[in-house]
Design a protein around this ligand. Structure first.
Ligand SMILES: Cc1cc2nc3c(=O)[nH]c(=O)nc-3n(C[C@H](O)[C@H](O)[C@H](O)COP(=O)(O)O)c2cc1C
Length: 213
């Protein structure tokens, strides 16, 4: 059975990032209901970023596929490394993906990087996608591009980017001191974009399903 792992780096399970992940999942399932889609909540797991133990860089290391350090992340790292497709999803915090997701990506990919010649060897080269949600009205940012380039180096192809911009950060703007985000302009943007963003996620799910079958 084919498997797609969705690494959810956001703290809120049922807000914007969650809705985009659900739309992506529906897209996958519309192509083939048998594909196993597993969403993993990084905020529920007890772990840290790379410990710099360098066990993966020992000569003839056994830890070139999955990080040697054993903690709450080990099983997820293994599942992600051997999946047939992977999605990284995150709200944008201070112009980057969350620290949780950054730490996860260190742990996932550092064993795959050779310090002999900087070549990149994941155990499987699989289709990858990346979902962002944010307040900004554009996802064009150098640090997001550099993350995508890094992942593209490992997977052989840049991850497909799906972004939902200018999202509702809260459901009721009247209750919050958020004068930078006038309710009316949020509403207007949402009416024009949100369904389209979900549709983009849905279609990206369909494309990934078609690729892995
Ligand atoms: C700590 C923090 C920092 C944020 N920084 C940014 C930012 O730099 N740029 C941006 O566009 N949105 C920023 N946001 C807004 C979130 O990215 C946005 O509301 C996102 O859609 C939230 O996703 P969620 O609804 O799935 O939790 C920030 C939110 C938080 C809580």
């Amino acid at each position: 059975m084919k498997k797609i792992v969705i690494i959810d780096g956001g703290p809120r399970k049922n807000m914007n990032t969650g809705a985009m992940i659900e739309a992506f999942t529906r897209g996958v399932k519309s192509v083939d209901g048998e594909i196993d889609v597993q969403r993993i909540f990084l905020y529920d797991i007890d772990y840290k970023g790379c410990y710099s133990c360098l066990a993966c860089k020992l000569k003839n290391s056994r830890f070139r596929d999955v990080c040697a350090y054993k903690d709450g992340l080990t099983e997820t790292l293994r599942e992600t490394a051997y999946a047939d497709g992977v999605v990284f999803a995150s709200p944008i915090f201070y112009s980057r993906v969350t620290g949780q997701l950054e730490s996860f990506i260190e742990r996932l990919t550092f064993p795959w990087l050779s310090y002999d010649d900087y070549s990149m060897h994941p155990p499987k080269r699989i289709p990858a996608a990346i979902i962002y949600t944010m307040n900004d009205i554009s996802a064009e940012r150098r640090n997001l591009q550099s993350l995508e380039m890094l992942l593209g180096g490992f997977y052989g192809e840049r991850p497909e980017r799906i972004a939902a911009c200018n999202t509702y950060q809260v459901k009721d703007y009247d209750r919050y001191a958020m004068a930078s985000f006038p309710k009316e302009s949020k509403e207007r943007w949402r009416a024009e974009h949100w369904e389209h963003d979900l549709q983009q996620a849905y279609e990206a799910g369909q494309r990934m399903a078609a690729k892995i079958l």
